[in-house]
Design a binder for this molecule. Structure first.
Ligand SMILES: [Zn+2]
Length: 193
């Protein structure tokens, strides 16, 4: 068994999200990527050209909506020096990502594909936050008890604004940002950093 597949004794911060009433424990892509490099990630390779296909809308099956699909390999070096590759498929549409993310459909599909490949390679026991549409009215992000607690004591102002772009933030995302980053950073800026 390769070291990277052992779940015990590794430190991978997780967060809780609530989507449509269900609480889920998830990892963030950047944390998983960081772990992957520690465990021998060498490179990603595009497994197929990014595709865009038309699929029936979940909300209105009469209507067709575009979906981007990306396929990648994550290549790892084993302890004995041999290389092993893990395949991942990711998709993105206006129905499974928030609108400003879906506008960058190929990129989000690509990130999701890489996330899936890394999840298999590292034997992860939870999904990645990037796989969920966190902008939904019903989606909130709850306590991050393990990663960074330093921001928890800071107060969220009555009318929170992003410290980077200045746009207004909801109370909910402001609280989340404070807890995770110790600073007010909107979803859009956080995604871009
Ligand atoms: Zn911002």
């Amino acid at each position: 068994m390769e070291e990277r597949t052992r779940r015990e004794n590794r430190s991978l911060p997780s967060i809780q999200i609530r989507t449509r009433g269900q609480v889920q424990q998830v990892y963030r892509y950047r944390d998983v990527l960081n772990l992957a490099y520690q465990y021998g990630l060498v490179a990603f390779e595009q497994a197929a050209p990014i595709q865009v296909v038309m699929v029936p809308s979940q909300r209105d099956p009469e209507r067709m909506v575009p979906m981007f699909i990306s396929e990648v390999y994550a290549i790892f070096r084993n302890a004995d020096g041999s290389l092993v590759r893990f395949h991942g498929v990711g998709d993105c549409s206006y129905e499974n990502a928030q609108p400003n993310v879906a506008a960058a459909g190929p990129r989000m599909a690509h990130t999701r594909a890489k996330a899936r490949a890394l999840a298999d390679a590292l034997n992860l026991d939870a999904n990645l936050s990037e796989e969920f549409d966190l902008s939904d009215e019903g989606a909130t992000v709850a306590a991050d008890s393990v990663s960074r607690g330093s921001g928890a004591s800071k107060q969220v102002p009555a009318e929170p604004r992003c410290s980077r772009c200045g746009s207004p933030m909801s109370q909910r995302s402001a609280e989340y940002s404070m807890r995770i980053r110790g600073d007010l950073v909107c979803y859009r800026c956080a995604k871009g950093s």
